[in-house]
Ligand binder design. Sequence first.
Ligand code: ATP
Ligand code: MG
Length: 352
Amino acid sequence: MKRYTVALIKGDGIGPEIIDEAVKVLDAVSVKEGFEITYKEALLGGAAIDVTGEPIPEETIEIAKSADAVLFGAIGGPQWDDLPRDKRPETGLLKLRKALEVFANLRPVTVYDELVNASTLKPEVIQGTDLMVVRELIGGIYFGQPRAYEGDRAYNTMVYTKQEVYRIAKVGFEIAMKRNKKLVSVDKANVLEVSQLWRDTVNEVAKEYPEVSVEHMYVDNAAMQLVRDPKQFDVILTGNIFGDILSDEASMLSGSIGLLPSASIGEKYGLYEPIHGSAPDIAGQGIANPIATIASAAMMLRYQFGEESAAKRIEDAIKRVLKEGYRTKDLSSFDAKEVVTTSEMGSLIAQY
Ligand code: ATP
Ligand code: MG
């Protein structure tokens, strides 16, 4: 029997509640699909600060690197907001991403048929939306040097090397091959040199994938097209800052931030987490939606372990439970037949 080790980082706020449900679902699916997962817990964020004084203890990096994948909840909360920047929970997560060299952030956005009619957006516009944002995660303007805040002047630098663009483009095209062979690369090549390098490099990689249709789009147009006609997109390939903005925009098409998973992958490691934060306002009440985290666990099975049928089983179970009308509180206005707790939602999904 195949065996996998998963580093579990529950974190703060609703983190522990939603991770527990993902583990419940993983345990159920591994029995049905014939593999075994063992878990190693590690501290990160506020939970780590309270115990060790550091947002990411050395031990956490070791556990994450020795496991086959990392499943992560969420971190942060008001009680740690007054700490200096390098001591805050969020610094721990940035350090973990760097340590694992996870340069590709994958964010699928699925609009579930069952939620379409109750959306504040027009059903005919959003129905059938199923896209994936592939965002470069550890380069670009968020990390570029030089950067400074000097008196009345401040600056940042958007820099990409060809090698950085090449490796993220490869990920984008590989995913496009597994999906619908359609990729839109988003940049601002009419204004930015760094975007011209991006575009030239994407075109080079495109030659290796003649089956994939490629379109280039300026980021301002892409932002508009995402709300005008999201169905035109399948894979969106873009840099760090554009991807940050576009993936938050795209997430609103689905109905709740509590539905959307993500994967951050590199050559070797993978980190899987919901796109939402630790939601301190609802922590401990049993009302958090665990679907984003459960769907992240499905991505882990697919991308890290190659357990496609187990991943599909979880995704189908989510659809089925939504179809049956079960909703956590965040989705109570979306044609709910019954509003359930975090733990009930996990159990419902685990049973299929
Ligand atoms: P971060 O800075 O960590 O991204 P944030 O301040 O952007 O955090 P979140 O923690 O994502 O915010 O929460 C934003 C809002 O969405 C809050 O009102 C929160 O209660 C709600 N929310 C977030 N995740 C969930 C979830 N899984 N289920 C239900 N509501 C959620
Ligand atoms: Mg946020």
